[in-house]
Design a protein around this ligand. Sequence first.
Ligand SMILES: [Zn+2]
Length: 141
Amino acid sequence: MSAFEKYEAMVLSCIDPRFQDLVHKENAKKGLTNKYSAFTIAGASIGVVAPTFKKWHQTFWENLDISVQLHNIKKVIVINHRDCGGAVAAYGQEKFANKEAETETHKSALIEFKKQLKIKHPELEAELYLMDLDGSVISFN
Ligand SMILES: [Zn+2]
């Protein structure tokens, strides 16, 4: 057994300070404490797929390659969040005019992320979530 077989996932989440502890708690609930590698970037999946942040995309995918090699991960857990400044910077305020629009915008970016992941790493599963300010999550799996 490799030293890294116990690692299970990469968690992709946003840089927003309000969500660091909430994301950690959500992963702890899944039994993932000390079992995931973290990649934190403005907008979470939006930082990886939005044209506004084009310069960041390759960095994420190369970092994921390394995580696969080093940590034997099986999946990428993506946690976007509501009231995200990075998301607004990428797509404009009108895409977040109300809660339904916000949900749809995040859902599109999460599904686009999953699509790109399937091309680059078909062996990896994706779990897609949108987290609220109280830590509750909705799933797009
Ligand atoms: Zn954010």
